[in-house]
Design a protein around this ligand. Structure first.
Ligand code: GLA
Length: 373
């Protein structure tokens, strides 16, 4: 890379073989926000030539370039060529989502007897942290050497009352690219007052870099999902997927059942639901596997979160033109968002999202890429 002001940190790793990275991180300017704050772009590269670009604006994942079955590198996420695109209009392309990813019913919740009111920015509900969520703030970046290779660390302190949430929340997001083509995101957060936290990553994947995603074959190891009302708020039920279009326990093409006459699919205009992953809560493991028959690329999503929001780009309608002039059409991408269940602050039966002073919130998400012949 030949950008002006470029700094490169290159390190040999000495960690376990699967985690080890001998990669590099380069940094360069990426423009300014509307109030003039400079923003940077970080390029992570590993020994295999995979490349991920991340901005400290919104913690955005700008591009992910990984090989197809013929070794051809290609970008597998939607987004824009420059910062201006993200500042203008973005449906959370590549975003670091917080303080509360997904919906909170009517933008209200009660904690320790106090009712908190959030901005209502999605029909009658609050979505993805509010008007100016973690995807629209500038994070403090540092590139650091670790035994496992170089990492990009982003820090942000969300003030008590910001977007209506209680407590000063200090958040750290560490991004790294492993030598086995895994993009790893490690989130931690602490608070000085009881609050709710649900951080996730909102990359829009298209594993062949063109066309719709209906051919992609998805496996989600979940016996249950959380059905929703017409505003996409969970009803509280954990419903078996057995015999429904939500059963992805056996690998199934996204398009195989997406247009079935099913009330839940109608509410989401496709898949836009939370699956209850079959694993011990807190245990890091596989949440989804996607195989793209065109390119041969495989994406495995791993985390220790209890739920996975699988969204099939049902709000894309061609009005946003992204990288390389591609006008993103209906279902041109899918998102796989490991997270706590939507509306958990109002649903006592769902795993708790409350963070108290003295506790440390931790969430590791890995998007691991490979190929299938
Ligand atoms: C999430 C939601 C979707 C949609 C997208 C952003 O995935 O579940 O309903 O709001 O974010 O467009």
């Amino acid at each position: 890379m030949a950008a002006v002001g470029l700094t490169i940190l290159s390190l040999g790793g000495c960690a376990s073989p699967t985690e080890q990275s001998t990669g590099q991180i380069a940094r360069e300017p990426f423009g300014h926000t509307k109030d003039g704050t400079p923003v940077e772009l970080f390029t992570l590269r590993n020994a295999k030539g995979a490349e991920v670009r991340i901005s400290n604006y919104g913690g955005l994942v700008i591009s992910i370039k990984v090989p197809d079955r013929n070794g051809q590198m290609g970008d597998v996420v939607l987004g824009y060529d420059d910062l201006a695109g993200y500042l203008k209009d973005s449906p959370y392309f590549g975003a670091m989502v917080g303080r509360y990813g997904n919906r909170i019913a009517k933008g209200k919740f009660t904690l320790d007897g106090t009712e908190y009111t959030l901005a209502v920015n999605n029909g009658p509900n609050a979505l993805h942290g509010g008007i100016k969520g973690f995807d629209k703030v500038v994070w403090e970046p540092s590139v650091m050497a670790t035994p496992a290779g170089p990492v990009l660390e982003l820090r942000y302190v969300s003030k008590d009352g910001e977007e209506g949430y209680p407590g000063n929340l200090s958040v750290t997001a560490v991004y790294s690219l492993t030598d086995d083509n895994g993009l790893k995101l490690e989130y931690t957060a602490t608070t000085d007052k009881d609050t709710v936290v649900n951080l996730t990553q909102h990359s829009y994947f298209n594993l062949s870099g063109k066309g719709d995603i209906l051919k992609d074959v998805v496996m989600i190891p979940a016996d249950k999902y959380t059905p929703v009302d017409s505003t996409l708020i969970p009803t509280g039920e954990l419903r078996p997927v057995e015999g429904t279009p939500f059963d992805f326990r056996q690998p199934t093409a996204i398009g195989a059942r997406i247009n079935q006459n099913d009330e839940q699919l109608k509410f989401g205009n496709g898949y836009d639901h939370n699956w209850v992953i079959n694993k011990t809560p807190g245990e890091f493991g596989l949440m989804a596997r996607v195989y793209d028959p065109d390119s041969g690329r495989v994406l495995e999503v791993l985390s220790a979160e209890p739920g996975l929001q699988f969204y099939t780009g049902n709000f894309l309608d061609g009005h946003l033109t992204g990288k390389g002039g591609w006008a993103y059409q209906f279902r041109d991408a899918f998102c796989m968002e490991p997270q706590h269940f939507p509306d958990s602050p109002n649903q006592p039966n769902f795993p708790s999202v409350v963070l108290k002073p003295g506790q440390v919130y931790k969430n590791t998400i890995e998007f691991r890429f490979s190929v299938q012949k």
